[in-house]
Write a protein that binds this ligand. Structure first.
Ligand SMILES: [Fe+2]
Length: 373
């Protein structure tokens, strides 16, 4: 099912305001605590991540020929780059000589040179140079290109698929919705850090508005509502809409002339580990990489979403700082608190109610995906 139009979302929000309601799931859900603590379960989740099409970074992170970004995805070091034709390519980040990683972080280059013995590879992955190559009389260079991984651009994101499977993951339903990140959007900040939390606990904090008043009493709640959301699913993905109180100013405007921009936050979960939040003046992309049951590496990117003027860029930074410094920290405190109590013995499972529809959708699809790993 495609997502509602902006006009439909606005109308549904007005109905919820008037009737003091919110979107509900058809069912509630129990998720075993063991699924947040077990190394076996985490291994299976990582295995699934290797089989799914998963966003690696915004396409804007590698804007030009030779731009590259190297990081581990589902435990596999990868390099994503753009070749001479402007096409996105991904390679396993390991020299074909003795396996040293060829690149770290991000940058721009015409050639990937191994820091160990200086074997050199082109942007197309071909092995171009072996120093003192008379030492390798039997080695066929053509058979020692970098090992490619499927990579492509969709919705302003670079997706990778490490191992082919018939699970289309985030791609299912993605064709039915508007472009998530426009070609003109630029990254103004990016960061990477490790948090001592299970990746799913953090994911869940993004997917419901039931906690807005108690958790974000002084930060988000004064601008928003208590437990008032539009919650939609598309394929294995979901979108949770968090309206601002200022949306009321659209009441008197004819439906077709209503512009939703700046009046809601759209939070998209691309199954299973990516959150894209479209805020008033910026869009954030957050990719979670599970490292262990209790550790997650986050790769966060922030992009302008209102053009590129200097003043607008300032607004985007202010927007981003506000979210990170206030609500972001409040959510992180909740997630850290849950992580600490996971082993308390109080719960054998968590209970998700009908307000937590997007979380239920996430767990259901995760169970389904893991059944086929
Ligand atoms: Fe929150």
């Amino acid at each position: 099912m495609p997502l509602l139009s902006d006009q439909q979302v606005i109308q549904r929000i007005f109905t919820h305001i008037d009737e003091k309601t919110t979107d509900l799931a058809d069912e509630s859900w129990r998720e075993a605590i063991e699924n947040y603590r077990s190394q076996d379960r985490l291994n299976q989740e990582i295995e699934l991540l290797r089989k799914l099409p998963v966003p690696f970074c915004p396409a804007a992170a590698i804007p030009e020929t030779g731009s590259f970004l190297a990081r581990s995805a589902a435990g596999t070091p990868l390099i994503v780059t753009r070749d001479e034709q402007g096409e996105v390519k991904a390679y396993r980040n390991a020299c074909r000589h003795r396996g040293m990683q060829l690149a770290q972080g991000s940058g721009q280059t015409g050639v990937f040179v191994c820091p160990y013995h200086a074997w050199a590879y082109g942007l197309d992955g071909s092995l171009q140079h072996i120093p003192h190559d008379y030492g390798f009389p039997d080695l066929n260079k053509c058979e020692h290109s970098l090992v490619a991984v499927t990579a492509f651009e969709r919705h302003g994101l670079v997706f990778v698929i490490q191992e082919e499977s018939d699970n289309r993951g985030a791609l299912d339903g993605l064709d039915d919705i508007p472009q998530l990140i426009g070609d003109d959007q630029k990254i103004f900040a990016s960061e990477e850090f490790v948090s001592a939390v299970n990746w799913k606990l953090d994911m869940e904090a993004n997917l419901e508005g039931y906690h807005i008043k108690p958790t974000h009493r002084e930060s988000f709640y004064p601008y928003g509502f208590d437990n008032l959301n539009v919650v939609e699913t598309f394929g294995q993905n979901s979108r949770v809409t968090f309206p601002f109180r200022r949306i009321e100013k659209l009441r008197d405007i004819p439906e077709q002339e209503r512009n939703i921009s700046g009046l809601v936050t759209y939070v998209y979960q691309l199954f299973p580990n990516v959150i894209i939040a479209v805020l008033s003046n910026h869009t954030s992309v957050s990719i979670s990489e599970p490292l262990s049951p209790t550790e997650t590496r986050f790769h966060n990117f922030k992009l302008n979403n209102k053009g590129e003027g200097a003043e607008l860029s300032e607004k985007a930074k202010k927007d981003a700082d506000f979210v990170t410094e206030t609500g972001g920290k409040e959510d992180a405190a909740m997630v850290a608190g849950i992580q600490e109590s996971l082993g308390s013995g109080a719960n054998t499972h968590f209970s998700y109610g009908k307000f937590e529809k997007a979380i239920i959708h996430f767990h259901k699809n995760l169970h389904k995906g893991l059944a086929n790993v």
